[in-house]
Design a protein around this ligand. Structure first.
Ligand code: HMG
Length: 464
């Protein structure tokens, strides 16, 4: 049986921090954020919002847009790494909020869990729900997979410039209008790592930034190797001599902790794929320098990062390689449209990859390109660490959905924060009643109980 993504909706908080204000306050060159990392604005949650609220708002949008009734939904999964309870799953809060609109017990028949594996867990949730549909267990019902996160780093840390917040929900069914998943090729890699993690009780993660960048690329490449094997085994794609699997992906969507990470990761993958092919000779001539190798090619990530001479040369090589017309063509045609939304919104952890997919659909459609039949490859990464590579094909009915996509209007009117407001929000100095924006037609958080008997209970309302 077929399974895939029928529709996507997003919910982005109304507040944002401008990258140039951030750079000024932190004494950084604004060009580092804008050009070096690809960040223009970062979405920030208001004091009356949490990741469950963001998720419920996205769900309500997709339900209303598609005139879905709760009976048509069989599963509701929430993937997040911003959980606020060690036991109660975030989807229970989301269902509680949705039932304020659809009536108590309206989603009683639904199943679902909250999934966790840093930024990759949404991809596992999509895969599991696609398999639920493919196995014929869904009995014609659809699944909602919501990816919702608040990417928040310590004040003054190097991660602080890569913050963001928002939720993306995907409607999965057996007759998807947007994307049908390719069967039996989804591939994963997994390794016990400490590149980025958030111990119990800590609101912000512990991060080893440069280590995480390199690990991301290594892990995705490993998953891509497995994907290639699966593609050959299942005969999904015939790879001719002189070709790479990437030639057969019309679009490539990468996990986007910041938008330039997508380009960095693409360059890494393309370089490793092309190195084996006849086309590499010409590329090397264009680059005009030997491809550097680390002093210890079999060394650890630490030893590679500590090899300063190699790192400097590799950086130089990557910069020149990324400017070759061959790479530029791949970048512009397969990746660039997926980066637009990330630049305006920032890191959404679990939701970043899918915001990128949503962005790619809208901005490629605007170019007038016929998208039907195009294969989309996904490179998903979650710290800690695991990667997943999978693919799907855009369906002939995609226009029914994509023609109405409008990122600006879906985000709504946003308000720029002053530095002082940002600091207050970051340090949790405001109560829900002191929110910056008066939200309408949205779920908001009104209270978190603090007394012993009910500690941690959350109350939400739908603001008409
Ligand atoms: P950093 O070390 O301060 O930045 O922090 P940098 O020195 O690497 O500079 C960044 C880029 O800006 C570089 O470009 C510089 O050259 C350039 P690149 O060489 O990479 O192309 N640059 C400039 N460009 C123009 N003018 C200038 C200038 N200065 C520098 N003046 C880092 C960067 C990402 C490490 C940091 O922000 C961080 O730690 N972020 C959080 C961790 C993160 O996002 N890691 C990404 C991979 S892991 C991942 O994606 C998983 C994650 O989403 C979590 C999860 O799975 O749950 C994070």
């Amino acid at each position: 049986m077929v399974a895939g993504i029928d529709d996507i909706a997003i919910y982005i908080p109304r507040l944002y921090l401008d990258a140039s204000d951030f750079a000024e306050a932190r004494g950084l060159d604004p060009v580092k954020l804008q050009k070096g990392l690809g960040i223009s604005q970062m979405s920030i949650v208001d004091s009356n919002q949490d990741p469950a609220c963001l998720a419920a708002n996205a769900c309500l949008k997709i339900m209303q847009k598609n005139k879905l009734s709760p009976e048509e939904i069989g599963r509701l999964y929430v993937s997040t790494e911003s959980a606020f309870d060690e036991s109660k799953a975030m989807n229970s809060y989301v269902i509680g909020m949705l039932e304020q609109v659809y009536g108590q017990g309206a989603f009683e028949h639904c199943g679902g869990v909250e999934t966790k594996f840093a930024c990759v867990s949404g991809s596992y949730a999509l895969y599991d729900n696609a398999n639920w549909i493919r196995a014929g267990e869904s009995d014609g019902k659809a699944a909602l997979v919501v990816v919702s996160d608040i990417a928040k780093y310590d004040m003054g840390s190097s991660g602080e410039m890569t913050q963001g917040a928002g939720a993306v929900v995907m409607l999965l069914n057996d007759s998807p209008r947007l994307l049908r998943f390719d069967p039996k090729v989804t591939s994963t890699s997994i390794k016990d790592e400490y590149d980025f993690y958030r111990p119990f009780g800590k609101e912000t993660p512990i991060v080893h930034g440069q280590y995480s960048n390199l690990l991301y690329m290594i892990q995705v490449r490993k998953a891509l190797e497995m994907y290639k094997k699966n593609v050959i085994k299942t005969k999904l794609i015939e790879i001719e001599p002189g070709e790479t699997i990437l030639d057969h992906m019309d679009y490539i969507n990468m996990h986007l902790p910041y938008s330039n990470m997508g380009k960095k990761a693409l360059a890494y993958l393309v370089r490793h794929e092309w190195r084996q092919l006849p086309r590499w000779k010409k590329i090397m001539q264009e680059v005009g320098m030997e491809e550097p190798v680390p002093k210890d090619p079999r060394g650890t990530i630490e030893s590679v990062l500590g090899d300063e001479e190699f790192m400097a040369k590799d950086h130089e090589f990557t910069k020149i390689f990324s400017k070759t017309p061959e790479f530029q063509e791949v970048y512009e045609s397969k990746l660039s449209s997926s980066l637009v939304a990330s630049t305006m919104i920032g890191n959404l952890y679990t939701a970043s990859l899918y915001l990128g997919f949503r962005s790619s659909l809208e901005f490629e459609f605007q170019k007038g390109i016929e998208l039907s039949g195009k294969r989309v490859g996904f490179g998903s990464y979650g710290s800690g660490s695991s990667a997943m590579v999978f693919s799907g094909v855009i369906q002939p009915e995609y226009k029914q959905v994509v023609q109405d996509m409008n990122l600006e209007s879906e985000m709504g009117k946003r308000r720029k924060l002053t530095w002082d407001e940002y600091e207050k929000l970051h340090e949790n100095e405001l109560t829900p009643e002191q929110s910056m924006v008066h939200a309408r037609k949205e779920f908001i958080l009104v209270d978190v109980k603090t007394d012993i008997e009910t500690k941690g209970e959350r109350r939400y309302v739908y603001n008409e």
